[in-house]
Design a binder for this molecule. Structure first.
Ligand code: C6P
Length: 416
């Protein structure tokens, strides 16, 4: 366990109590206390989620929506209860609007393949930004190749902020869809999504938010955000892998054709003709990720036990401390400094390749991500091939920021 610094003690938010819920944080790596600063890639899981998964497989497991026996009914009730937990967490108006997928990537592909192929025609425009993750670029390129629509890119300023007036210039009468990250996974920028929603709807376009990072760091109320689609993954929200969510307005889901065909998504099947079940079942073909959905529901329960405002304040304090401390290390340049950003910090160290740096940091027990972060076009715009990225979660401490800085100084001795 890392030593507490003064600033980890006595704060309104008891981070040490929260850490105790995450068993992996007590382990060592290379003989050093684990300092996990890669939660933007995937967050660690609290014991409550681990126990729920074990209980579901050990005591309550059967297929859902199929069996007329107790265990199947119990599993179905737990699976559908998870949907209700998600609905409440994002304040969706209806359970029909919460579609379980295997992750954000599948959710965005679902929209591109169904809504996109039905409603987007040659010459129509899809607007994305230059900070997008490949998951919110490539599905639209596939759609462009299939339909002849045009992909337009809204630029981001050098500090990672978005100038809404510049953004407005890219949206026009041909815009059918605006698809943007809620929060950038590389820069931490929180995009001005409400303004973007207003601009999109004024132009008659739909708005898709890639909420992979946003769901973790922001309060998400899909009605207040006024978006049309919201996609996220469970594993970044302290839940299991293999589960994600597509939220979409009910009318859109009604109008969209199914994504995949199979069991559970039908109303009736004959060799001549098949009719679809209503949403969300229409988009959940085959046996769904049952236990993963239950685990996500328990991750949401867990978050609901915490004071979310205190969590947000804690993450902001970690980010401020990390930005100030990193800036004091000679040769380090911060990448992404937009005001109001989320607790994700990219940087480069002069003379050291990010991959080498991450490998050396690992020897000190510090886990950070290095590379293009699945945002190669953004790397090109930033004029780098890769960055090192530290991302902070509700269980990180100021002492871990100190450990990162100490490991960076040590790495400089090794690498430079
Ligand atoms: N970003 C990161 O280290 P999946 O893989 O489907 O769970 O999430 C894809 C995805 C989509 N959009 C954004 C903004 C994301 O950050 C991610 C995942 C991880 O930054 C892994 S590449």
């Amino acid at each position: 366990m890392n030593k507490m610094t003064k600033s980890d003690k006595g704060a309104a938010y008891d981070v040490m109590k929260v850490r105790a819920d995450f068993p992996i944080l007590a382990r060592e790596v290379h003989g050093k206390p684990l300092v996990y600063l890669d939660s933007a890639a995937s967050a660690q899981k609290p014991q409550q989620v681990i126990d729920a998964i074990s209980r579901a497989y050990g005591h309550e497991y059967a297929n859902v929506h199929r069996g007329a026996y107790y265990l199947s009914e119990t599993a179905t009730a737990a699976y559908e209860a998870a949907r209700e937990k998600v609905r409440r967490f994002i304040n969706a108006p209806s359970l029909k609007e919460v579609v379980f997928t295997k992750g954000a990537t599948e959710a965005i592909n679902l929209v591109a393949a169904t809504w996109g192929r039905t409603f987007v025609k040659a010459g129509d425009e899809i607007v994305i930004t230059s900070v997008e993750h490949h998951s919110n670029i490539v599905p639209w390129q596939l759609l462009r190749d299939a339909t002849g629509c045009v992909l337009r890119i809204a630029a981001v300023a050098r500090d990672g902020s978005i100038d809404i007036e510049e953004f407005a210039k890219v949206i026009g009468p041909k815009t059918k869809l605006v698809a943007v990250a809620h929060v950038s996974n590389v820069l931490g920028t929180v995009l001005p999504v409400r303004e973007i929603a207003a601009l999109s709807h004024e132009a008659g376009a739909k708005l898709l938010l890639d909420g992979c990072q946003g769901i973790v760091h922001e309060y998400v109320d899909v009605q207040d955000l006024d978006c049309d689609f919201y996609a996220f993954s469970g594993h970044k929200l302290y839940g299991p892998t293999g589960i994600g969510v597509l939220w979409a307005r009910e009318a859109l889901l009604e109008a969209m054709p199914p994504y995949q065909g199979g069991g559970d998504m039908i109303d009736s099947v004959t060799f001549a003709k098949t009719t679809w079940a209503p949403p969300p079942a229409k988009f959940e073909a085959g046996t769904p990720p049952i236990v993963q959905a239950i685990g996500l529901g328990v991750a949401i329960d867990y978050l609901n036990t915490l004071d979310r405002a205190a969590v947000a304040a804690h993450e902001s304090a970690l980010l401020r401390y990390a930005m100030t401390s990193l800036a004091q290390v000679p040769g380090i340049r911060l990448i992404g400094t937009a005001p109001g950003k989320a607790a994700v910090q990219s940087f480069v160290m002069e003379g050291a390749h990010p991959h080498d740096l991450a490998t050396v940091l690992d020897r000190s027990g510090v886990c950070v991500r290095a590379g293009h972060h699945c945002a190669q076009p953004l790397m090109e715009i930033l004029g780098v091939t890769a960055t090192t990225r530290a991302s902070f979660a509700l269980y990180n401490t100021m002492a871990e920021v100190d450990a990162l800085i100490a490991a960076l100084r040590k790495a400089q001795e090794v690498l430079l």
